[in-house]
Design a binder for this molecule. Sequence first.
Ligand code: NAP
Ligand code: MG
Length: 398
Amino acid sequence: MAKIQMKNAIAELDGDEMTRVLWAVIKEKLLEPFVDLKTEYYDLGLKHRDDTDDKVTYESAAAIKRLGVGVKCATITSNAARVKEYNLKQLTPSPNGIIRGELDGTVFRAPIFVKNVQCNVTSWKKPIVLGRHAYGDVYKNCEIKTPCAGKAELVFTGEDGKEIRKTIMEMKGPGIIQGIHNLDKSIESFARCCFTYALDQKISVWLGTKDTISKTYDGNFKEIFQRVFDSEYKEKFDKAGLEYFYTLIDDAVARIMKSEGGMLWACKNYDGDVMSDMIASACGSLAMMTSVLVSPDGKYEYEASHGTVQKHYYRYQKGEKTSTNPVALIFAWTGALAKRAELDNTPELADFAKRLEKATLDTIEEGTMTGDLARLANPPAKEVVDSWQFIDKIAEKL
Ligand code: NAP
Ligand code: MG
């Protein structure tokens, strides 16, 4: 068979540990035999990031911006133990943080459904795509444990020197206070990322905040989303038969639990932190969660939600064939190839991405799966395999 041709390249960001091992197997067995892969390769393995003082990470982000599409393997975020383990020069910041900053992007996560791993929330028939605003609020807070009674005040000093001052509380005894902030520019970018990706996925957008209580702070989120929607997206949404739905956060949660899914749920930073873990756990395995970073102007980076699966890697180094689930990694590739195909108008490539996804899901639904899924499957797995056998099985189907 003649290999499927690609018009333009995608940025390929390699990573660490077990996911790096599987990355190479996926390319060799599932991609290269079928597609004449065109990628710009960046090695984001920890050692190479350290050797280049993170230059490679910035270059890979620039490549995603230039090419419009990237695919990324999981990477180690260094800490003291890793500095020792990899003999690093320095503690480097999270590569995901760097890339997200460079693209001014938002991360959307969604579970992959298979028939024989039931979601704990039985009403969910379609994946819920969760977008978390990853800037500010309690994650950049300032806190004081106040030792005695006193007056707590909120003070803003403008660059023009003008001061705004409000009393938070006349405190009758010791307690705690906290200051948080956000920026209009960041909220606007977040709104654009959500509406852009929802149009891409042809799904509606939900936003919930507590603006009845937090009239100014949460109210600002509500206002900005509405303004961005009305001025930039309403027409496109109408045309696509989609909607933007705002409701209070508690009402949003109650409705989501009873819904059949299939919406993009835009969450403030803390809500997104909590709710993304709830959705992941309700849907089974971390290895079945996809992740895509979307910039406000529509650049896409696809990856798996999980990390480098460090524990499996140490067993692999000792010679064990681990049963690590490669599904989210495979879907990162199919997501990127399908996006490339859409931008380049290459239907054969789009078709290949679909077939690879189907072959992967069919393999699981016919009863062949990795250990993480076998623990959840109903009816039970027919065959529990290691990653290499699983990938071979998919290749056979393909
Ligand atoms: P992890 O790699 O997500 O793995 C945590 C555990 O979840 C594993 O030990 C395994 O459980 C299970 N698991 C995750 N993915 C799996 C898969 N594909 N198949 C089967 N089981 C899977 O998280 P971590 O061990 O906390 O982090 C390891 C490294 O990844 C860290 O250095 C961290 O910085 C990095 N990380 C990177 C990213 C990213 O690049 N996007 C995201 C998160 C973490 P069992 O051991 O019980 O089998
Ligand atoms: Mg969380």
